[in-house]
Design a protein around this ligand. Structure first.
Ligand SMILES: [Zn+2]
Ligand SMILES: [Zn+2]
Length: 1269
């Protein structure tokens, strides 16, 4: 051998250093050990030392290597390239493991020496003096244990995060440095006497009879751990009898045997005793502490006679399927699928490459991109190390389940306890390792607890995946998923009730021994039913998307209008009627049923409640079933589940339809927008994760400090409070000026000051011009979105050493006895601007709240911030961003003694009026509060005299809600409010579009409490209300969920009640009379221009100055008729299609008449007019003649059933008519009667009355008249 070169010298020096540092030789024999290792390396390298490689210690590997890598001693570059190339077969896009030039030398250990307490679980480690690391081998020999080994070829997969420890994949068998040991000596033999034989207690007889069994390994069960004991079963086929013997291996030192066994090989196991299973009575062999595993050697063994228990049992393994065969059989199976609901899984064997880890926690892997491997039914104690994409696995006797879950795209290979999963080769790709779920993983826990079949398990996994994806950023993964029986986490609270509903009578628990040992195979994977998921809980962005899609599905503008009405509408009205519509969906509207999940948030930007997940936010409206408003501030930040809700999609359309005839031409739809929100009752909510205790605390102790902590990165991101996150995402400047809010550096203290108050009045959210003292200089001119509330301070501010302690309402007592003292009952105006706008949805009149100043000990904190308001003498207090409001109770919920003290003080008895009261002419007062149900919602042009509030010239601020921007600001909505759903009395409320932005839930069917509306009287003496700056609303109840899909604006109402003309009351909205049509006073048929409403004649608008470009005319008709019902007389105004009905024309006749008018522009006739007078047209005109004769015909005078509303507008004009004497004729007899002024009615519907119906109705009338008179 040549003298070592300088390079060799250096290398050898480094090797020596490494040995001293990392490898503990047997006392003082380090030099010999080094020599032995060098000998090994030389022989591997063909006589030369691997100078291009360097030694690496375990600890250096773990701390310096952060990406997966591999090392191959003595490989040429080409060899490595070829190896890499082959490894890419399964996943060509994936990069291969990068090569390092490292020499790994160490001992193999099973971990017992390192940690005596440790449960031996069959894991193998490589260790040196510096550390210890898990490793995986494809083959293992017992003699390698505790001997010094050189690892010629290996991959290192580093730890990715806390969940996955790094490990080694040993690609080529290690080389023992000191040559092979004596095989027999490597088996740890413990004294049979000292070790307490486990079985002796169970089998009192045959105590000392130890057996030796030899045979071919036909099956190897998985390592199992039950009650902190690890064990496995193996099955040996005896040569002589061809029966299969189950052997239970259970001693800790024997767990490594599991790695030694290879199917089809022959083994001898000594020191076995017989035992029988408690439950089934089946006989098995059990290893003792003295048992040895020996390779089979024919000369040495003498088979002992076996118990007849095993006779006749033989195993037949399924034949191996390749990927191609499997895809064939999958196709076949797909055709067979129709055969029946319950399917039997086929047992197959399969070899394939892992191409994707579908869900490591749930034990789901994709093989060959076509079939899913599920390991969940086979607990894997090795955590599936090595099952990285690119690895090859052999599956023996696994269940093939075709389409177990409708929404799962793959067929599934399910490994049960009698299946074998063998790693055939390690991955050569640089793919990370994800550990499979441990027994603590929630899905595996639930799998065991409910003994789930594959379909339910896959569904559970998909639900859990989405759940985790959506909410772990708020609460942290562990907090969300952690689950114990006593203290279930949010995910368990969500899933367990679903599973309980799905698996009502839980099948008996899995009998794992039976599953492994039974002659007839029994396991949960044998039979299955394709599951159609009963419900879904998709992300909020998906909910929004689906709802929007559904709302436009099959939508056509004509649905929103009744064709009879639409054909008479001018352009403006037509398009306005289309501009705003809505539809609602319930959970059942979706297939599968849709469950809403979200974190309750409140946005200061939109001042609305929201459900939020990672993907999106969904505004929400929450009510109580008892009608009280939602004020639970404590729920902010909680994770809610809602199964019963109404998902509302408001549709906004910008259209320019010239007339109804163009409705089918969707080119006229210029813009479509939607706004989606959800409304539900708090009683229908399940809180999966309560925020109280964490968020509340952090909020109270001042989120300034918590924010700062997370900013400098010292706090893990998952510790961030959702509130803090919301702040960040909402407004990047939220942190500005934080210090001022925290009252001068007291933020670190936990003390806080609170003040109890009662809300007396809450005003609407709008742009106001405040001049807050602090901001005088800069933004004095700018309008700010704000709201204000008049409150009554109750008691004095109180100091608390910790927010946790805030509790009792002793301020009230204080108030009660000290009531006269001025300080105690100060009224103040709270101003909410900026971030404090988030309290808008929570603050309600008659609510008792506590205002908390976190991190503050100054009892005069409130006094210092008051400032004199501009005009009034009320004290103003701007609510600071950091302050927290907490709802305590309602004034109505207080015990009587507190209540009386309070009402003495407040004095402001806020009583809601009833709708009839508001309508009555004797009502005084301009601000009214009342409660009622929305009957109808219509968009109308703002009355000209009511200018929209100061919106012009205000630059649109970023972040103002966009959903109403499609409604032009000169629009307003008219809400028709009735006292109860059946009540005919209706009050109209007008709300301009600017206020609508913050008012969700104003839908027909909803019951609303209006506060402080302005009561107005029109020039026709009609009472109506408008929503003004001081108004607010709260939703008392949501529309009934069975509300039909709103078809038209009117909806199908039940027929109105039958009345008499003599007792019409002015508040009446709709009614029906049975009457006689006395005569037709006027009829007017016109074609008018759809744009300018001038007469439209022969296809052109008649307006000339300036000329009108319109191409479209709209026909309109009106008629005035006189009716009487025996108790009175009325003038009825009929429009459009009602004219045809009242004239008794069929639709065809009516069509023809209207078409005749087209060339004339307009045709009018009047009752009693002489032929040829007073009419635009010549008397000879055919249409005029026809109409006139029609009106004069005695046939027109007939009984009709008339639905009407009071025509309020012209009432003033017709009013003065005094009671007069009139002639009536009944048959041959004439009567003279005194009659009141004729009421004026608006025709809503005309029905012909047949003779039978007439008789019936008359009898009804008679009975009612007699009973009422
Ligand atoms: Zn099975
Ligand atoms: Zn015109």
């Amino acid at each position: 051998m040549a003298a070592p070169t300088a390079a060799e010298q250096r290398w050898l020096g480094a090797a020596r250093d490494f040995f001293l540092r990392a490898l503990p030789g047997p006392d003082g024999q380090e030099a010999a050990a080094l020599e032995a290792v060098l000998r090994c390396l030389r022989s591997a390298g063909g006589g030369t030392l691997p100078l291009g490689y360097s030694f690496i210690s375990i600890s250096d590997l773990q701390h310096q290597q952060h990406i997966p890598c591999c090392s191959h001693l003595s490989w040429s570059t080409n060899e490595f390239k070829e190896w890499s190339r082959q490894g890419q077969g399964a996943l060509p896009m994936q990069s291969t493991l990068p090569r390092t030039y490292l020499i790994l030398v160490g001992y193999l250990a099973d971990g017992r020496q390192e940690n005596k307490e440790k449960l031996v679980d069959g894991c193998l480690y490589v260790k040196d003096k510096t550390g210890i690391i898990l490793c995986e081998l494809l083959h293992f020999k017992l003699e390698w244990l505790e001997s010094l080994l050189v690892f010629p070829s290996w991959s290192y997969i580093p730890q990715r995060d806390q969940s996955a420890a790094g490990y080694l994949e040993i690609l080529v068998d290690p080389v023992p440095v000191n040559g092979p040991k004596e095989v027999l000596h490597s088996i740890p033999v413990t004294s049979a006497v000292s070790a307490e034989p486990l079985l002796t207690s169970r089998i009192p007889y045959k105590k000392r009879s130890k057996l030796t069994v030899a045979g071919e390994l036909t099956r190897l069960g998985p390592l199992l751990r039950i009650h902190h004991k690890t064990f496995f079963f193996l099955f040996l086929k005896c040569f002589a009898s061809a029966v299969c013997v189950p052997v239970l291996v259970q001693k800790p030192s024997q767990m490594l045997w599991h790695r030694v066994f290879q199917l089809g090989h022959r083994y001898t196991v000594t020191g076995l005793s017989m035992s029988s299973m408690k439950k089934s009575g089946q006989t098995i062999l059990v290893t003792s502490a003295s048992s040895c595993l020996l390779p089979y050697c024919a000369e040495q063994e003498r088979e002992q006679p076996l118990n007849s228990a095993w006779r006749g049992e033989s195993t037949q393994s399924s034949c191996l399927e390749t990927a191609e065969q499997l895809s064939c059989s999958l196709q076949l199976g797909a055709e067979e699928e129709k055969s029946g609901p319950t399917k039997e899984s086929r047992i197959i064997s399969y070899v394939g490459f892992v191409t994707k880890v579908l869900n490591a926690q749930a034990g789901l892997f994709l093989l060959d991109n076509q079939v899913c491997l599920c390991l969940a039914y086979q607990p894997l104690l090795s955590s599936a190390r090595g099952l990285r994409p690119g690895a090859c696995v052999e599956l023996i006797d696994v269940h093939l389940l075709q389409k177990p879950l409708a929404s799962f795209p793959f067929a599934v290979l399910g490994a049960c306890l009698s299946s074998m999963v063998v790693l055939k080769s390690f991955s050569r790709l640089s793919t990370p390792y994800q550990p499979v779920g441990s027994s603590r993983s929630l899905c595996l826990q639930l799998l065991l607890r409910f003994n789930l079949g594959m379909p339910l398990y896959l569904w559970l996994v998909s639900l859990l995946e989405t759940f985790e994806e959506r909410f772990s950023c708020f609460f942290g993964r562990s907090r969300l998923l952690s689950s114990t029986h006593q203290n279930p986490g949010a995910a368990a609270k969500f899933l367990v009730p679903l599973l309980q509903a799905m698996v009502p009578d839980r099948q008996e628990a899995r009998d794992i021994y039976n599953e492994i040992l039974s002659k007839i195979h029994q396991c949960p994977l044998q039979k299955y039913l394709t599951l159609t998921p009963p419900c879904q809980a998709p992300s909020l962005s998906e909910v929004r998307r689906v709802a929007e899609q559904r709302s436009w599905e099959g939508f056509s503008p004509s649905q929103l209008l009744s064709p009879l009405e639409a054909q008479h509408m001018g352009t403006q009205e037509l398009n306005r009627r289309l501009a705003w519509s809505y539809c609602t969906f319930s959970a059942e509207s979706f297939q599968p049923q849709l469950i809403l999940l979200g974190v309750l948030r409140v946005s200061s930007r939109s001042s609305s409640l929201q459900l939020q997940d990672k993907s999106s936010k969904l505004p929400c409206v929450i009510s109580h079933k008892d009608g009280s408003p939602f004020a639970q501030t404590a729920l902010i930040g909680s994770l809610l589940l809602v199964e019963n809700y109404q998902l509302v999609v408001e549709r906004f359309l910008k259209t320019d339809f010239p007339s109804w005839e163009h409705l089918e031409n969707l080119e006229h739809v210029r813009e479509k927008k939607t706004s989606v929100y959800v409304q539900f009752y708090l009683e229908d909510v399940r809180v999966l994760h309560a925020a109280e205790g964490r968020i509340q605390k952090s909020l109270r102790s001042g989120n300034c400090s918590s924010l700062r902590k997370s900013k400098d990165g010292s706090t893990a991101s998952e510790l961030e409070t959702p509130e803090a996150k919301m702040l960040k995402s909402e407004d990047p400047r939220a942190d500005d000026g934080r210090d001022e809010n925290c009252q001068g550096g007291q933020s670190s203290s936990t003390s806080c000051v609170s003040q109890l108050f009662l809300v007396i009045q809450k005003e609407s959210l709008m742009l106001r011009n405040y001049q807050l003292p602090a901001e005088e200089a800069k933004e004095a001119q700018e309008l700010q979105r704000s709201f204000q509330a008049t409150v009554l301070w109750l008691g004095r501010p109180r100091l608390w050493s910790h927010p946790r302690e805030i509790g009792d309402l002793s301020e009230l007592e204080e108030t009660g006895c000290d009531g006269k003292e001025g300080v105690m009952q100060k009224e103040a105006l709270l101003l909410f601007v900026g971030r404090s706008l988030r309290w808008f949805p929570f603050l309600h009149v008659e609510g008792l709240y506590r205002c908390i100043v976190p991190g503050c000990s100054d009892l005069e904190v409130f006094d210092k911030l008051y400032f004199p308001p501009v005009p009034s003498c009320l004290l103003c207090l701007p609510v600071q961003d950091s302050w927290h409001l907490e709802h305590e109770t309602w004034i109505s919920c207080l015990p009587e003694h507190q209540l009386t003290a309070m009402s003495m003080q407040t004095g402001v008895e806020q009583r809601a009026a009833s709708i009839p009261e508001v309508l009555s002419s004797s009502f005084t007062g301009s601000l009214v509060s009342f409660c009622g149900e929305i009957v109808e919602r219509t968009l109308c042009a703002s009355p000209k005299n009511e200018k929209p509030p100061v919106m012009t010239g205000v630059p649109k601020k970023k972040g103002t809600p966009q959903h109403f921007t499609l409604l032009s600001t000169d629009h307003s909505v008219k809400l028709s409010i009735s006292a109860a759903s059946s009540s005919p009395v209706v009050l109209d409320v007008y709300i301009t579009a600017t206020y609508l932005q913050h008012l969700r839930g104003l839908l027909p069917g909803a019951k609303i409490l209006f506060h402080n509306l302005e009561r107005k009287i029109s020039r026709f003496h009609n009472v109506y209300c408008t929503y003004i700056a001081s108004s607010c609303v709260s939703i008392v109840s949501l529309p009934a969920s069975h509300l039909p899909f709103p078809s038209g604006p009117a909806g199908e109402a039940s027929s109105p009640s039958l009345v008499f003309l003599c007792n019409l009351r002015p508040q009446l909205s709709q009614a029906r009379i049975l009457c006689h049509l006395s005569c037709v006073l006027t009829v007017c048929l016109q074609w008018i221009c759809s744009l300018c409403s001038c007469i439209f004649k022969e296809g052109r608008c008649t307006r000339h100055n300036p000329p009108c470009p319109s191409q479209t005319g709209v026909r309109q008709a009106s008629a005035r008729v006189l009716v009487e019902d025996g108790t009175g007389e009325a003038v009825v105004l009929c429009r459009n299609e009602h004219v045809a009905a009242v004239l008794g024309l069929s639709l065809l006749e009516w069509e023809a008449v209207q078409n005749c008018v087209q060339s004339r522009g307009s045709v009018c006739i009047q009752h009693g007019e002489a032929p040829g007078t007073g009419c635009l047209e010549e008397s000879e005109d055919l249409v005029v003649c026809y109409l006139r004769s029609l009106c004069r015909s005695p046939l027109i005078c007939r009984p009709i059933l008339l639905d009407f509303s009071l025509d309020r507008k012209p009432s003033k004009i017709l009013q003065p008519a005094p009671p007069q004497l009139r002639n009536f004729r009944c048959g041959e007899v004439e009567f003279v009667s005194r009659v009141g002024p004729r009421p004026s009615l608006l025709c809503l519907k005309v029905e012909e009355v047949g003779q039978d119906a007439l008789r019936y109705l008359n009898s009804q009338r008679r009975s009612r008249t007699s009973s009422s008179c």
